[in-house]
Design a protein around this ligand. Sequence first.
Ligand code: M6R
Length: 618
Amino acid sequence: MCGIVGYVGPNSSGRALEVVMDGLTRLEYRGYDSAGVALVGGSEVVGAKRAGKLSNLTKALAEQPLPETTTAIGHTRWATHGGPTDENAHPHRGGTDRKLALVHNGIIENFHSLRKQLIADGVVFSSETDTEVVAHLVSRAFAGTGDLTAAMREVVNTLHGAFTLLAVHSDQPDVVVGARRNSPLVVGLGEGENFLGSDVAAFIGYTRRALELGQDQIVTITPEGYTVIDFDGTPSDGKAYEVTWDAAAAEKGGFDTFMEKEIHEQPHAVADTLLGRTDETGLLVLDEMGLTEEDLRAIDKMVIVACGTAAYAGMVAKYAIERWARIPVEVELAHEFRYRDPVIDEKTLVVSISQSGETMDTLMAVRHAKELGARTISICNTHGSTIPRESDGVLYTHAGPEIAVASTKAFLAQITASYILGLYLVQVRRDQREGVAEVMSELQRIPEKIQELLGSMDRVKEIARFMADTRAVLFLGRHVGFPVAMEGALKLKELAYIHAEGFAAGELKHGPIALIEPGQPVFVVVPSPDSEHGLHGKVVSNIQEIRARGARTLVIAEEGDEDVEPFADEVIRVPRTSALLAPLLTVVPLQVFALELSTAKGLDVDQPRNLAKSVTVE
Ligand code: M6R
């Protein structure tokens, strides 16, 4: 959600401002509605903040003289407390002497009472934000201690909620202090310069050496080094690691949009997620599982918690894991799970799925599950993020950074990782090595099939362009095709702002068929003709039913499936694979369709309106 950058380095011309603006640009993908920077210069902190895109901020900065400085902080804001205005944009100043500036990601839950107290003490506020409260508190604490780290520590211990905070003070010009609780903050380690960022994208153009901070920790960076302490003052080392994502991976790589690039990275996302999961004998080995085989044998139920696209990956996982591992699997939206008193205990395995690892709803669900004694595993794309850190174990997806707000390659990687988890449970609980090897070998062929499919999307793009004025699109699917239909509808809502609904095809006759009128476009995800229980024939009948009522049928079917031809206005072919693995292919045309339609409408593909990449508030 909000993006945060901090920098301290040598006093060379414009470097601090350049690094911070570059970091903010790389963090744009997180979604924002205003931005600002603060530079420590002379006896005060200067800078600018503006509602809207970074170009507004750049313009405002160009209109004023800026100091040569070693130290700067920057912020892109996604409004929570107070609308997206210049006043509410960060950084916020504390006190009246223009010496302190502070940025914040998250929500301070007790800000009302703190603000009331400050107002009673005579403090005048210039914004509606919870952040400004913290800025005044840190400024006040600094007046007592003369040390920014000590001041930050004094204040964070009075705050409730989720926050990453960065502060600078002109009396300590070569220092940036950061603090984190329930919200991400990473340190970038350079030569004679150091960085802070909400994620590594903020400084990936300058250094690959990073430091992971723990929960409730404060970091102080100077040009020469850094120190980390816990909120109680205990010194800590932090955990250094090498960032494996390169700078180019965070850029568009020749495509017009990040989303298009990420759709084309899907063969790699699946292949890389499969990489290194088996030993030389073909046995699955999940190094970071965190739970012993005995633990996994004791499990009698699984609950998958996630939001949005990740939840649809969870729905696919349910079909596969129940089928293969014969263990009951529930799938629940994380925000519903947390508040309905779920029946789980130490025999329940709660699996969270999250690209960012920072989605607050999912994090809260994981915490709740832990409180209730459940074992927890996270399927996550972001190393060192909060959800995997707080789970017993993790299965990282290797999709690489996903920048576009609409999730694509992460979805395929999440499904792949769920299959691996399901197969691991088969191996551990049912001791069936052959079945596992068979599915793994079919999975290994998927990247090539996605590549082939991506090469045949011209007609899908044409259909999308013709449909730029369409007001509503329906999506039908059955079995694993049902979550694919929901995902197709979500992509279209997010990207093209078109009313779209995904239904289980069997549910049609129970109501949704009333929506069918002449010309209504309906995508139908058809199961493989080899599917069990005659599902294929049932869905072909559904196509006939809607066609008879005038629907325009856009059918996604396996190569060689001739049964659909007589009832389809368009047939979009996908390569053959086993029924349970089909979502890794059938969703691809739906992603391309939404992308193309959004482009045809001239919309912002990578940053659709009202959305943030990572939703770090409940
Ligand atoms: O980072 P997460 O996977 O936890 O995010 C979950 C959802 O917010 C996310 O999938 C969202 O639905 C996407 N915008 C969908 O494209």
